[in-house]
Ligand binder design. Structure first.
Ligand code: E4P
Length: 229
């Protein structure tokens, strides 16, 4: 499963991209509204940093205007994916944008029926929201599993993108269900890092080499090109 970052913050993208784990990014109007500065500059910078697909969302509800907004967004950077909310208008716009060669991320998908329609319209990515389902006491893992199972037999090229991820378990669930992509908020990326045994292990290695520094000295010599014998 490829990992995208779900944010409008260039700083957050820079920090997580430095880990070498990012394949793309997703934004939405709510995330971009939280940031200072020109949204276009932020989206372009995010495209440069992740060097992969970056979803930027249309705001209109009219299919023709969605297509115009999508085409305009695509002029910003070659990595832009046009994000279109699920609706009959969104399906119409998706079909037209895809026919023009523009990749589309159909967002706000909450059921297998919606996912089947998004795939039939040719969406490149289908964003299925986990957190917002859990918020209303619907089992997001069950819905996501049903979406993946419903799409696979049809041989669709649409990729299931797990979105609205609120915790590290959502990421693992999306991966084990077989989603092609997860888009992960900065805080959830941070939550994926720690394990008490990792911390304890690093401390033990450090204490051991400090107690007997021969190996560390040998390694330092290897790095500097002046081997210690
Ligand atoms: C991503 O594409 C979605 O817009 C995002 O994951 C929504 O997350 P939220 O439900 O936490 O707002």
């Amino acid at each position: 499963m490829r990992l995208f970052i779900d944010t409008g913050s260039v700083r957050e993208v820079e920090e997580i991209a430095a880990w070498g784990v990012l394949s793309g990014a997703t934004t939405n109007p709510s995330l971009l509204a939280k940031e200072e500065g020109d949204p276009g500059d932020a989206i372009k910078r995010i495209c440069e940093i992740v060097n992969g697909p970056v979803s930027a969302e249309v705001t209109s509800r009219d299919p023709r205007e969605m297509v115009r907004e999508g085409r305009a967004l695509r002029t910003l950077h070659e990595h832009i994916v046009v994000k279109v909310p699920f609706s009959p208008a969104g399906l119409t716009a998706t079909r037209e944008l895809v026919a023009d060669g523009h990749p589309v991320n159909m967002t706000l998908v909450f059921s297998a029926n919606q996912a089947l329609l998004a795939a039939a319209a040719g969406a490149t990515y289908i964003s299925c929201f986990m957190g917002r389902l859990d918020d209303i006491s619907v089992d997001s893992a069950a819905v996501l599993g049903e979406i993946v199972d419903a799409l696979r037999p049809g041989g669709t090229t649409s990729q299931v993108l797990a979105a609205s991820l609120r915790n590290p378990m959502h990421v693992v669930t999306a991966a084990t269900i077989g989603c092609e992509v997860s888009t992960i908020p900065y805080k959830v990326f941070q939550g994926m890092l720690p394990h008490p045994l990792t911390t304890a292990g690093i401390e033990r290695f450090e204490a051991d080499w400090q107690q007997d520094p021969r190996f560390a000295e040998w390694l330092g010599g290897l790095v500097s090109g002046q081997p210690v014998r």
